[in-house]
Design a protein around this ligand. Structure first.
Ligand code: TSB
Ligand code: ZN
Length: 639
């Protein structure tokens, strides 16, 4: 009998009879929890027979590729259940996604919550029945006839996009679905299932096409893993800055204004103002010069900088007016370059550090917009450092030190460094000039090593003008987002022919470092809301103290206390409503106001307040002056 040789990762080789299935091989090797396999790097059905010598890597649920197969098969299982419960349902697409799977259906109405329960229950039955999943290939015309007979209009459209003469289906029991695969060999491998939500989704994402009903779900090999996933979702929901932002009245995104264009409400704006003052003061103290420049510029400027050529997809289209063509700026660099170029610079005054909370506009696809994390209009904590080559490392270290100081003040933990490099083969998203790129990448890597900061490299993540050192911070959903960035750029100084006069009296080209510490105000705010779960520390809290008069007759004393605290520089309000004190406390507590100052007869007589902290509860009576002193200390330590 013919044999084939299988090579496993690690180099082990096994000779097996030709025609042995991958599933049988996994069994004979005593492997547990196998859900799929890569054969010569390609994902394959475990039910597929081995026909030739091959490198085989078995996948478990812990491999991203294995998980994909698992969730894809669960999407099919869901479609099978829906077809049984809603025989008229038409199927669209059902892919695995990052966190599970979905399937789009047309049942002529939205799904109700108890529909989801019934579907989930049926899925469990179908999984428990442990049906084999088989792949069948049929001529496309046969598939077409089948879809026409069944009225599967969406599948017919999908079929039109497939060029092949034969198409594959996956079949389990009486259900089959056109699909490229691969899939699990049996439905019994799907053990723990949860359908999470349903929403409308236009066919092919096109609002002129029919609205379908999408069901999202997730599945795992064990109930414990599913429970852990549900807990993670719950945690992410609890910390979701969009929900907290709404409940605390921090920001609002109105469809009338536009997607990705948030409105900062007074409470959110107060927090932003504190952050802006903090960072501007810190930068000025660190040798930065703050400037103002315009959000609108001639497209000429952006043609000169190379944005036009390499960043166009992220820019709003130009506006033609009189004889000018204008664009909304996607970055501040060209403006700061023009400010540098406005004067003459000698080697002695370098580095020149030009900073601005610069408003920029980027076209981000609507699918990636999320609350304040990713927006289209944003204020960047931006600066551009113009320096000599011999100053690069010190400047990078200076920025890194600034970042560390700021992260300590905002109590940000879990940050890690990503060295983002170019993809040398990509000439569209990265400016050409290999020599300068190599130099810049080497300089950044050296600086990192000298600072002793651990980092991971990421190819293809550089800016179009140079490599970056990105500071990645985990967010509520568990994903990492780039917050701060340090970018080394030899190319824009070249494009703009920037100069300084050297010691030798001749003109030299400076180097640029682009950097953002507190990211954009939008993303920074999103991070803080999630990290503090809306309980901002005293120095950031929009309302630091709320004075609560117990009865009407204490109103005047309450206003006096508020005035004294305000005069001492705190953000204070008085709850003058007619509610009972317990209600007033609950209300302030819901808004996460750090301190409540309750005042009644006793306090008024003693010139004191009864202090309540949102976290520690009742702290007893304290003279107003003493309370102000304690507040000042807490603000100063940023605790
Ligand atoms: C640092 N020219 C540089 C600048 O000089 C620049 O624009 N760099 S950037 O494109 O990487 O943006 C800087 C930071 O802005 C990013 O690290 C990220 O934290 C934040 N940011 C980028 N895009 C968005 C967005 N769409 N919404 C919110 N914040 C964003
Ligand atoms: Zn820049």
């Amino acid at each position: 009998m013919a044999q084939v040789v299988v090579e496993l990762p690690g180099g082990q080789r096994h000779a097996v009879a030709a025609g042995t299935t991958l599933a049988a091989l996994a069994r004979s090797l005593g492997l547990d929890g196998v859900v799929g396999a890569l054969v010569d790097g390609r994902a394959c059905d475990l039910a597929a027979p081995l026909a030739a010598d091959a490198r085989v890597q078995f996948l478990t649920f812990d491999d991203p590729a294995g998980r994909e197969v698992y969730w894809h098969s669960t999407a099919h299982l869901m479609a099978q259940a829906v077809k049984q419960l809603f025989p008229g349902a038409r199927l669209a697409i059902g892919p695995p996604i990052e966190d599970g799977f979905y399937y789009d259906f047309d049942i002529g109405r939205p799904f109700e919550p108890d529909d989801l329960e019934r579907i989930e229950a049926r899925m469990r039955e179908l999984a428990a029945a442990d049906q084999p999943i088989e792949r069948v290939e049929i001529p496309r015309e046969e598939a077409r006839r089948r879809f026409e007979a069944e009225g599967e209009v969406y599948k017919l459209e999908l079929l039109d996009d497939i060029p092949d003469q034969r198409v594959s289906f996956y079949r389990q029991d009486g259900f089959q679905d056109m699909c490229r695969g691969p899939h699990l060999p049996r439905t019994g491998l799907i053990r723990a299932i949860k359908l999470l939500s349903t929403s409308g989704a236009y066919w092919r994402g096109d609002e002129r096409r029919p609205m379908l009903q999408r069901i999202y779900g997730v599945s795992y090999p064990t109930p414990e893993q599913l429970d852990a996933h549900l807990r993670r979702i719950e945690e992410a929901r609890r910390r979701d800055h969009r929900r907290i932002g709404r409940e605390l009245g921090l920001f609002h995104i109105a469809p009338e204004v536009g997607q990705g264009l948030p409105l900062w409400l007074p409470r959110g704006a107060t927090i932003r103002r504190v952050i802006e003052r903090y960072i501007v003061d810190l930068e000025v103290a660190s040798g930065y010069q703050h400037v103002y420049s315009q959000e609108l510029a001639s497209s000429q400027l952006y043609k000169m900088s190379g944005h036009w050529e390499h960043y166009r997809e992220n820019m709003y289209p130009p506006m033609q007016l009189d004889n000018e063509e204008l664009v909304l700026r996607p970055m501040n660099c060209p403006h700061h370059i023009m400010i540098y170029r406005h004067g003459q610079h000698s080697y002695r005054e370098l580095p020149v550090r030009i900073a601005e909370l610069g408003k920029v506009f980027r076209y981000e696809r609507s699918g990636v917009l999320t609350g304040l994390h990713r927006v289209r209009g944003m204020a960047m904590n931006d600066a551009h450092i113009f320096c000599r080559r011999d100053q690069i490392k010190d400047e990078i270290k200076g920025v890194a030190a600034l970042i560390q100081r700021v992260y300590a003040d905002f109590q940000i933990t879990g940050a890690w460094y990503r060295l983002s490099l170019r993809d040398p083969a990509d000439r569209v998203n990265f400016m050409p000039h290999d020599e300068l790129w190599d130099l810049a990448e080497a300089q950044l890597r050296d600086a990192l090593e000298e600072m002793g900061l651990p980092f991971r490299e990421a190819r293809g993540e550089a800016a179009f003008y140079g490599p970056k050192l990105d500071v990645q911070v985990p967010t509520a959903t568990g994903k990492d987002e780039t917050m701060s960035t340090i970018q080394l750029d030899f190319l824009l100084p070249e494009r703009f022919a920037l100069e300084y006069i050297g010691e030798d009296g001749a003109a030299h080209r400076p180097v640029m470092i682009h950097r953002a510490v507190t990211s954009t105000m939008e993303r920074w705010m999103a991070l803080l809301i999630e990290q503090y779960e809306g309980r901002f520390p005293l120095w950031l809290a929009p309302e630091q103290v709320r004075v609560l008069p117990i009865a009407d007759r204490h109103q005047e004393y309450a206003r006096g206390v508020a005035a004294r605290l305000e005069a001492a520089g705190f953000r204070v309000s008085v709850d003058a409503s007619n509610e009972r004190i317990s209600y007033k406390i609950r209300h302030a507590q819901l808004l996460h106001v750090p301190y409540m100052a309750v005042v009644g007869d006793r306090e008024a007589a003693a010139g004191a307040v009864a202090v309540r902290s949102r976290s520690a509860g009742d702290l007893g009576p304290v003279p107003v002056a003493e309370f102000a002193r304690r507040l000042a200390e807490e603000v100063a330590t940023k605790a």
